[in-house]
Design a protein around this ligand. Structure first.
Ligand code: 3NM
Length: 224
């Protein structure tokens, strides 16, 4: 049956994605702050995908559920066209409704264990700030952790210290799961980042605050 097949292929993709990448993946994050309307959202997402973005996260704060779902569906059709992974921030219901590949939750969102129970076949990412949270996320059934901020960022207000490459590396060494580095990363700062052991780099501004997201994504890929 069709839906069982779809679940199986999503599951395989979840595992395959991380295990077989030779270089860290490029993970772009976009939301209303970078793309307030449908046209800018679709244009910027398409450009980032053209430039080689491997994973796309739609991250929305302070918009209605209906609007979030609408935007999620737009981004779903684009990421599907390019065969790329779509992750929805915070909201497992929207992730499931739009047919995303996964959901990413923070420490204050629905607990990872609950998300895993609700959506067994979805990719589950969890934001962690230290080794303890990383261990807990792994035990709760996460597929990857987002570790940050690696450097100070202006894209999100945070009152936690930056991890630096050393803190990032310690998290990578603590868990088996792939680690996505996030926070203040740009073309310069991702040089040498693969030595920390992280498997992907996530960025907002270095891709989506650039005039040419395609060019930006392309050159970021070169630097990985
Ligand atoms: N989460 P930029 S840092 C969304 O550390 C987000 O949890 C972070 O944006 C965390 O690439 C961050 O522009 C913002 O620094 C990343």
């Amino acid at each position: 049956n069709k839906s069982v097949e779809k679940e199986k292929s999503l599951f395989r993709r979840r595992v395959r994605l991380w295990k077989h990448a030779e270089k860290p993946l490029l993970y772009g994050i976009i939301g209303s702050s970078q793309a307030p309307d449908d046209i800018s959202l679709c244009t910027k997402v398409r450009e980032a995908l053209e430039g080689g973005c491997d994973i796309l996260q739609l991250r929305e704060k302070n918009i209605s559920t209906g609007e979030f779902l609408h935007r999620a569906r737009l981004v779903r059709s684009l990421t599907a066209e390019y065969g790329k992974i779509l992750i929805i921030n915070d909201r497992v219901d929207i992730a499931m409704a739009c047919g995303a590949d996964g959901v990413h939750v923070g420490q204050e969102d629905m607990p990872a264990r609950e998300v895993r129970r609700i959506w067994p076949q979805g990719i589950l990412g969890v934001t962690v700030r230290n080794k303890e949270q990383a261990k807990a996320a792994e035990q709760a059934g996460a597929d990857y952790v987002g570790a940050g901020p690696v450097f100070p960022t202006t894209s999100k207000s945070l009152d936690v210290p930056s991890l630096g490459f050393l803190g990032l590396q310690q998290i990578c060494q603590t868990i088996e799961l792939p680690v996505v580095a996030i926070g203040g990363l740009d073309a310069k700062r991702i040089q040498g980042i693969s030595q920390t052991g992280c498997r992907a780099v996530a960025m907002i501004s270095a891709i989506f605050n650039e005039d040419d997201p395609k060019k930006a994504a392309h050159s970021l890929k070169q630097n990985l």
